[in-house]
Design a protein around this ligand. Structure first.
Ligand code: ZN
Length: 314
């Protein structure tokens, strides 16, 4: 089976959202120049990726790495069929983003399932976060944007330990009722295991009904990212987030790896007969370019090993 066959996806179509330009660049110690970001984002948007998270409208003094969000959106050439998403932390962020309403297609909002993580992350209780996100989601809907809500620490919290699936479902229902068309579940510090994931997605699908897309956001913190992807697939999940080059993803503890790599995810999905629309060599080329820009080797396996060549002859 080669890339051409697997692109057709005999085992079914899987959505992949590339989050490296936000989740990855935000976690780099050095600021990446806007010119370099445009180069990398452009390469990703031409690789067949259908969904891409470009930046976040957080306060520039909080995350200086993404302070050029408005300029990036302004200068980025749209690619037909590629949905551009931005992360919105609060209403002020939405106000700023809406000044460029025609430069993106989707918003993502976020909160944590556990109180302690939410307080440490955004200095609010979960209930206070939900109140704010309801207003953001309502206004984003009025602006005609697709709405994604991401729940961090869905599979466990580094401060509180276990997070009951009923609690995640309760928060997810609130977000659905507030207008989210898609709910993402983040394994923020890599605590999920495949058995847990296999129980999680059917429970959430039951709780949310058929009109909400469920998306998995796994981290490879303990090397279980792709095992969790397979468990989620078997449990009916058809949408995943990943980051080219394995960039970013909340490295806690310091030095830990974060997001699963897009090229590792796409390689596995294609080998299993799923279609993504993504050209694997093109993503690998983008990650290689990111290595050059950032000046250090990146962690993805497929970037090192390359795609499988089934037509190889000794
Ligand atoms: Zn992540």
């Amino acid at each position: 089976m080669g890339t051409t066959d697997s692109a057709a996806g005999s085992a079914g179509w899987i959505h992949v959202r590339e989050v490296g330009p936000r989740d990855g660049f935000q976690n780099e110690p050095e600021r990446i120049s806007t010119d370099d970001k445009l180069l990398l984002v452009g390469a990703l948007m031409r690789s067949g990726v259908r969904r891409i998270e470009l930046t976040s409208f957080v306060r520039p003094d909080v995350i200086p790495q993404l302070a050029d969000g408005a300029e990036l959106l302004d200068r980025l050439e749209p690619v037909p069929g590629v949905s551009r998403s931005v992360l919105i932390p609060n209403e002020r962020g939405l106000d700023r983003a809406l000044e460029q309403r025609d430069r993106f297609d989707e918003v993502s909002v976020f909160l944590s399932a556990s109180e302690t993580h939410n307080r440490k992350n955004v200095n609010r209780s979960v209930e206070e976060s939900l109140d704010g996100l309801r207003r953001v989601l309502a206004r984003a809907g009025e602006a005609g944007l697709r709405r994604v809500a991401v729940i961090a620490t869905s599979f466990g919290c580094p401060y509180e330990g276990a997070v009951p699936v009923e609690r995640v479902a309760e928060i997810a229902r609130e977000l659905r009722d507030a207008g989210a068309e898609e709910i993402g579940f983040g394994d923020t510090t890599g605590m999920a295991n495949p058995r847990q994931v296999g129980r999680f997605f059917p429970a959430l699908a039951d709780a949310l009904g058929p009109d909400v897309e469920l998306t998995a956001h796994f981290h490879n913190t303990r090397g279980q990212g792709l095992a969790n992807v397979l468990a989620a697939l078997d449990a009916g999940c058809r949408s995943f987030e990943s980051s080219f080059g394995e960039l970013g993803g909340c490295p806690v503890p310091a030095g830990a790896t974060g997001n699963i790599a897009t090229e590792d995810l796409v390689s596995m999905l294609h080998e299993m007969g799923h279609g993504t629309g993504i050209d694997l060599p093109a993503v690998i080329a983008a990650s290689r370019e990111a290595q050059r820009v950032i000046g250090r080797p990146l962690g993805s396996h497929t970037l090192v090993a390359g795609p499988i060549d089934w037509n190889a002859r000794a």
